[in-house]
Ligand binder design. Structure first.
Ligand SMILES: Nc1nc2c(ncn2[C@@H]2O[C@H](COP(=O)(O)OP(=O)(O)O)[C@@H](O)[C@H]2O)c(=O)[nH]1
Ligand SMILES: [Mg+2]
Length: 213
């Protein structure tokens, strides 16, 4: 999280802050096991916010179409908070889920202000979902970073039930937390279902945290 006057985008171009607007930069990470739909979420967001994005975003993939390094994109939002205008620049990155790239996953999480955990509804992804979630909890516990849990691929046949999924990850049985956010966001990233809602609910939490509202 930075509150600076000069920001560099991912092409190395400098952006100067307007004197009247506060510029705040956040980093949002899409986390989860390989093939759970992180890049698909990222692509849907990129389409949805094509008016606000600052850079084209980039994806680096292996020859099998898997994310090799990370997908990255900057979005800019204007917020009015306590009658002051803020320009919030959000960097969105997804990590690679591949085991052999554990160090790049840690690098991607570095400096994260909020995390969206993308789980896979396939029943045979139980262990991967669990392991990846545990990694995330280990990371966020110390830093108290807000996160949202998205259960993706709700369109597939024989998907895990939300109840079983919550049990697997040790999440509360309730539908929502006291602040009104959902314990689990069911989604179909393939057609964009719930992708933006997830993202917006996380951004609101990140902004609230920042201003300690
Ligand atoms: N059926 C279904 N497939 C999905 C959904 N979201 C992603 N996929 C597919 O799952 C595969 C892996 O998705 P990708 O976004 O690359 O996963 P990543 O490794 O987490 O970045 C691709 O073939 C996607 O088309 C979904 O909501 N439903
Ligand atoms: Mg990917």
């Amino acid at each position: 999280m930075k509150n600076t006057e000069v920001l560099l985008n991912d092409h190395g171009e400098a952006m100067l802050s307007n004197h009247n607007d506060g510029i705040i930069q956040f980093k949002i990470v899409y986390w989860g096991p390989g093939e759970s739909g992180k890049t698909t979420n990222f692509l849907r967001l990129k389409e949805k916010f094509h008016f606000t994005k600052l850079t084209e975003g980039y994806s680096i993939e292996t020859s099998e179409g898997r994310t090799l390094w990370q997908d990255s994109l900057f979005l800019s939002f204007k917020f009015n908070i306590n009658e002051k205008k803020y320009n919030i620049i959000t960097q969105i990155v997804t990590c690679t889920g591949q085991e052999r790239f554990l160090s790049t996953r840690e690098y991607v999480l570095d400096g994260a202000d909020g995390i969206i955990f993308i789980a896979d509804s396939h029943k045979d992804m139980r262990e991967q979902n669990k392991r990846s979630f545990r990694e995330l909890i280990n990371f966020t516990q110390h830093k108290e970073i807000p996160y949202i849990v998205q259960l993706n691929k709700r369109d597939i046949e024989d998907a895990v039930t939300i109840e079983d999924f919550k049990k697997l990850l040790g999440l509360p049985k309730d539908e929502t937390y006291p602040d009104g956010t959902y314990v689990v966001y069911p989604a179909v990233a393939l057609n964009g279902e719930n992708v933006v809602d997830c993202f917006q609910d996380l951004i609101v939490q990140v902004v609230f945290d920042y201003f300690s509202l």
